[in-house]
Design a protein around this ligand. Structure first.
Ligand code: ADE
Length: 244
């Protein structure tokens, strides 16, 4: 996968893309990152990338020219049409399903802005997707794009080893994860649930399935609304409700 980022703060990306799993993924040629300062594409003599809004009002608006030209530069030789993703609070709310969808692409371009807004023609003629990472406003799209990049890259085949493997994550399975424990079995009187120490794989699987359901029921009941429940899950849910 090729990931291009358009920003006027390219330095913000070095730490995140240059560490840990995202860095290893690039070293192993599973992904390549290219961060561009789109100011360099501005034809203005002062390399301006924003201007006052027509009709008046507060704040500045990102002008179309630098973004149109930067995206053209990045796509003119592309054989496969990339996804061009605008990071903004008005976008579609980011989910694990969207991360999986983007992980199947070969080329992603992220546009990160810092202004009151983007000229609407950028949305209409350049962008394929608009993504928000949540219902709050950041100072710019950079942190948001890094969140999306992180969640997409970890899904690329070969990026995670068995140890961290992705399919049983919270959200992929439709349930939050069951609680985890490690040594010691008794920490200052705080004990690990017996079932996990039993060595009985069936009992362990069952405990985990039930506790994942319990956690989801307690924290994110909305995630259960469209789930096809198994008979065991129906029984456990009744049990949780009766315990309340
Ligand atoms: N830019 C500013 N706020 C944002 C958000 N919540 N998601 C994506 N991009 C943003």
């Amino acid at each position: 996968m090729k990931i291009d980022v358009l920003t006027i703060f390219p330095e913000m990306f070095a730490g995140v893309l240059g560490q840990s799993i995202l860095k290893k993924a690039e070293e192993r040629n599973l992904v390549s990152y290219h961060v561009y300062n789109f100011r360099e594409f501005s034809t203005d003599k002062h390399q301006k990338v924003d201007d006052y809004p027509y009709g008046g009002g507060a704040g500045m608006v990102l002008t179309p020219q630098p973004i149109f030209d930067a995206v053209h530069h990045l796509t003119k030789e592309a054989k496969i049409k990339p996804r061009v993703i605008l990071m903004c609070p008005q976008g579609e709310r980011f989910t694990q399903a969207k991360a999986e969808e983007l992980a199947s692409e070969e080329h992603l371009i992220f546009i990160c802005g810092h202004y009151e807004g983007y000229d609407e023609r950028i949305r209409q003629f350049v962008v394929t997707d608009e993504i928000s990472i949540g219902d709050y406003v950041l100072t710019g799209g950079e942190l948001a794009s890094m969140v999306v990049i992180d969640s997409v890259v970890r899904l690329l085949p070969g990026v995670l080893g068995n140890k961290e493997s992705a399919p049983c994550d919270s959200y992929s399975s439709g349930l939050l994860e069951y609680p985890h424990y490690t040594r010691p079995a008794d920490y200052k009187g705080l004990k690990v649930p017996e079932q996990l120490l039993s060595g009985n794989h069936k009992a362990i699987e069952e405990w985990r399935a039930k506790e994942a359901l319990r956690r989801t029921y307690e924290r994110r009941p909305d995630m259960l609304e469209h789930r096809k429940l198994t008979d065991a899950e129906k029984k456990w849910l009744d049990e949780f409700k009766n315990q309340e």
